[in-house]
Design a protein. Structure first.
Length: 91
């Protein structure tokens, strides 16, 4: 029993092995790129979560700020009456 391959078959198998090695390297590179991108996205999401918590903290007292803004017109009117009574700002 002879276990030999023809020259064409050897060339074929060598080409198949080279193509297989190239595919394995390409898959490894693409998986590494995917892991990098997933890590980058995860970092960005965590950073965005921190910013969102800061925004939530800044807007926690929005009702108080709106109430103060509504009363500013009354304060301005009262200050104008005081200025008028004191003669300030009249020429």
């Amino acid at each position: 029993m002879v276990l030999a391959l023809a020259a064409e078959e050897v060339t074929f198998w060598q080409a198949i092995l080279v193509v297989g090695a190239v595919v394995i390297v390409a898959v490894a590179v693409l998986l590494s790129l995917l892991l990098y991108l997933v890590g980058s996205i995860e970092t960005s999401v965590q950073r965005l979560g921190g910013v969102a918590q800061g925004v939530a903290g800044n807007t926690a007292n929005i009702k108080v700020a709106l109430a103060v803004a509504d009363s500013l017109d009354e304060v301005i009117d009262e200050a104008g009456r005081h200025a008028q009574l004191l003669g300030v700002g009249t020429r």
